[in-house]
Design a protein around this ligand. Structure first.
Ligand code: ZN
Length: 380
């Protein structure tokens, strides 16, 4: 029985989610209709994965493919005198937060009868989707920037996916994938609403792991904003069920060199504002043209949080500090540490508050680049 429906953000048309679909006929992007709410009594406590929240997911059958995604550790560390929780999305099956969205998206697509799929990615989503496609037995083609970290390309290739390395910018890679939509289903994590349906379990986990409490602040490295949208959807559902009274502030962290949300935020706009992007070491969030700009900006405003854009020079010190705390992350994730330093320093976040930093990708993804960044040499 298929119950989930999408609404087009551009024309308002409502679509049943019974067949694979990544956009409206008008070209607009689709969002799932609001969930019904989720309460603690519905948690499947025996599941050490995001499937402990299966009752909240808009899927119409139990998952056919799982690699044990979700239920990642929440660890407490000290950061410049403040006690901070780090959410280790690095410890997902493919080493990045993407598995949360991918697992739910792929299970939806399997139930909807999808055939061969393709996707474009800066690397982590490509690795995630290629891995889950392999586990599901789906033929898969991934378009990636030719300049993506080699570890990510190798990870995609190891799954048996067809890897297409595209020269140019991240947007050029997207254009190549869009041009292939006649050949196979475009299983884009940036377009597919079921990807956000998966990332909403991040909200449930943080809430449950804090002892069913709402934190004050959540900092998230942000390219397209799927974690921000997932967090909003998750906390919405908890609020609707009467489980929480207060909502956390969301801080979207971007690299100053390529910061679409920061450009719109500082202009006070509620939609995309043109900006000039430059290369950044934070390759996972170098997004020139996010899909759901208005939705992400609205979620940030509603949460009374904001956007923090960090400079390239702030990223390596944050990465080193995280490493010294036992948290080995890729440069993209280190931006959140840099943002935390800034927000503590300017008083936006106080040491007494409960703050969560979402660490989105493992350092093993980009070990060579981290070595260059930290000027790691062998001792003789
Ligand atoms: Zn439409």
């Amino acid at each position: 029985m298929i119950t989930a429906s999408y609404r087009c953000a551009a024309c308002g048309r409502v679509w049943r989610a019974g067949r694979p679909r990544w956009q409206c006929e008008c070209g607009g992007h689709l969002n799932l209709l609001p969930g019904r709410g989720f309460s603690r009594g519905e948690i499947a406590a025996g599941e050490a994965s995001l499937w402990r929240y299966a009752a909240a997911l808009a899927l119409w059958s139990p998952p056919r493919v799982s690699l044990g995604e979700g239920w990642t550790p929440l660890v407490r560390r000290e950061w410049r005198g403040a006690k901070v929780y780090f959410k280790l999305e690095t410890q997902m099956p493919t080493g990045s937060f993407k598995d949360r969205g991918t697992a739910v998206m792929i299970n939806h697509l399997l139930a909807a009868g999808v055939g061969p799929i393709h996707e474009d990615s800066s690397g982590n989503a490509g690795a995630s989707i290629a891995t889950y496609a392999a586990a599901a037995g789906l033929p898969c083609r991934i378009y990636v920037p030719a300049a993506a970290p080699r570890g990510k390309l190798v990870q995609i290739a190891a799954s048996g996916a067809d890897v297409r390395a595209i020269p140019g910018t991240r947007q050029d890679v997207t254009e190549a994938a869009l041009a292939a939509t006649g050949e196979s289903f475009y299983a884009s994590h940036n377009w597919q609403p079921f990807f956000i349906e998966g990332t909403k379990t991040l909200a449930f986990e943080i809430w449950e792991q804090l002892g069913f409490r709402t934190p004050d602040n959540i900092l998230v490295p942000t390219g397209y904003g799927s974690n921000i949208l997932g967090l909003e959807r998750g906390f919405d559902e908890l609020e609707r069920a009467g489980e929480i009274a207060a909502r956390p502030r969301f801080f979207a962290v971007q690299a100053e060199n390529c910061a679409a949300f920061a450009a719109a935020w500082s202009a006070g706009a509620d939609s995309f504002v043109p900006f000039t992007g430059r290369p950044t070491i934070a390759d996972g969030i170098a997004t020139a043209k996010p899909v759901r700009v208005a939705e992400v900006l609205a979620a940030l405003r509603r949460s009374q949080g904001g956007v923090v854009a960090v400079a390239e020079a702030e990223i390596a010190p944050a990465l080193a500090t995280l490493g010294g705390l036992g948290l080995f992350v890729e440069p993209t994730s280190a931006t959140a540490g840099a943002a935390l330093t800034r927000l503590l320093r300017d008083g936006t976040i106080s040491a007494g508050q409960t703050s969560i930093v979402v660490l989105t990708g493992s350092g093993l993804k980009a070990a060579d680049r981290i070595g260059e960044l930290l000027e790691v040499g062998g001792s003789t």
